[in-house]
Design a protein around this ligand. Structure first.
Ligand code: ADE
Length: 224
């Protein structure tokens, strides 16, 4: 899979993408991530990529040309399943969408920009608008990192244990049950006896019950 990320802050991704699972997926060539910076395509000799909004108002709006200069050649080079725009105005991002996107060959993520981008970029190029939640980030980069992380870990071969992505919270519509390891007792807090029973059928039953209980208590909306 190939992900092209359009951002004026590519350095913001070096933390999340250069460690742990995404780092390994890139090294194993299971995923290719490419960055494109609209700053490299200014509209004048002063380096401008944004301008004042028509009609007035606060904040600068990203112009079409620097983004089109990146998107046009990419779209001519290969088929992209989606051009995603990160915005609090988008559809709320869910695990089902991560599952769906992880099956695609190529996607583009266009990171949102302070007060927004010219609406015509969205009309012409964007196929999907996604939000990470009902709060406002300083830019789309953290959202793009979240989308990428959730997609990449689902690509076959990325996680060591193939079953572990399937047992994530949300994959079966439930939150995960509690887990325990050594020591058996810590300051009077014991590991539940059932987990020491060796009875795997009973242990599975207990884990299911705990997952349902947690979901009912914390996220009843997931059960509706
Ligand atoms: N950009 C700013 N806030 C955002 C959000 N909640 N989701 C996606 N992109 C954003």
């Amino acid at each position: 899979m190939r992900i092209d990320i359009i951002t004026i802050f590519p350095e913001m991704f070096s933390g999340p993408f250069d460690h742990s699972i995404i780092k390994r997926a890139r090294e194993k060539k299971l995923i290719e991530i490419h960055f494109h910076n609209p700053r490299n395509y200014p509209v004048n000799k002063y380096g401008s990529i944004d301008d004042y909004p028509y009609g007035g108002g606060a904040g600068m709006v990203m112009r079409i040309e620097p983004v089109a200069a990146i998107l046009d050649p990419l779209l001519a080079e290969r088929q992209y399943a989606e051009v995603i725009y990160t915005t609090p105005e988008g559809q709320p991002y869910k695990q089902a969408e991560a599952n769906n996107l992880s099956t695609m060959d190529n996607i583009i993520i266009l990171c949102g920009h302070y007060k927004g981008i010219d609406q015509r970029i969205r009309n012409i190029y964007v196929t999907k608008e996604l939000s990470v939640g009902d709060y406002v980030l300083s830019g789309g980069e953290l959202a793009a990192a979240i989308f990428t992380d959730t997609i990449v870990r689902l690509i076959p071969g990325v996680l060591g244990d193939e079953t572990s992505a399937l047992s994530d919270s949300f994959q079966d519509g439930l939150l995960s049950p509690p887990v325990y390891t050594k020591p058996l007792e810590y300051k009077g807090h014991k590991v539940p006896d059932i987990l020491l029973s060796g009875n795997h059928r009973k242990i599975d039953e207990w884990r299911n019950e705990q997952a349902e209980k947690r979901t009912r208590e914390r996220r009843p909306d997931l059960l509706e």
